[in-house]
Design a protein around this ligand. Sequence first.
Ligand code: MTE
Length: 322
Amino acid sequence: MLIKMTKASDIKSSEITPKAIFDDRRQFLKTAAFSGLGFAAGSIAPSSFANEGRGKKLIGIEPSKWTQKSVGEKLTDYESVTSYNNFYEFGTGKQDPLTYSKDFSPKPWTVVVDGEVENPGTYSYEDLVNPHTLEDRVYRFRCVEAWSMVVPWVGIGLADMCKRFGPKNDAKYVAFETLHDPDRMYGQRSRVLEWPYREGLRMDEVMNPLSFMAVGLYGEELPNQNGAPIRLVTPWKYGFKSIKSIVRISFTKTQPPTSWNMSGPREYGFYSNVNPEKSHPRWSQAKERRIGEFLKRPSLMYNGYGEEVASMYVGMDLNKFY
Ligand code: MTE
């Protein structure tokens, strides 16, 4: 995202919109038709996705109220969701994650849970995921770079997962870390960020019903480039909070350091809630380009999820706690 050489205002729309879609009118129409299908159906039934021949299908997915809430939003097409990515562990170009994560094997996978919890340990992916019913949730996804998508995630409420670890009263924050393995993640051989990628949430944010651990999208296992096998999704925050390929979840007494804040503290705060009124120091956040659309649209406070999250920030100066 965020290497300081290019201003967002310098980015051509053809670079923001995937070239195939930008250039190809037929592809655009196909996208629109597909998206319209989800809308006309009234809900997003995973079995209705035209997804044959891609990742492994996930079974036993329940629609959730977040799916229903999002009816009316056109889904971003699968190809864009999985080929226009930010995942610096596999390179800084938008298509690098797709290209360079092809050989990455996300299983077997373990996640260390430590800090202020009753049940610390090393959990296998299956330990983490199998006790839960998978949910289908369509969320808007707003990147700090001022583009956005609408993604049908599959996964588990973060609160449900974290409750199983037994957070102690002292646990005020949760820190997340991505795998650090330069042999498997070639982008980590370059020092664009201090590895591992780190993120964090305040405990009330962790427990907010919107916070989600995604293990899939479009009814299938998460592709490598989207953060396989398990990644965070916090749809009211800028996309960089949604840390991918998580290997550590630490319950802490104090606010943990986070990668982009460490890299550019004036530009990226800990909270990073979508706020169209607060410009990034180098570009406005008032509007966004929905991938697959030509015209920009106004961005929404908390990415449109104020009803669910605004109460967590009452009394906080959003200019200070950005
Ligand atoms: N997680 C890790 N580990 N590394 C990254 O570079 N990029 C972030 C976030 N999570 C990133 C990450 C950014 S900037 C965005 S916008 C989203 O992932 C992009 O998610 P997507 O590629 O699934 O759209």
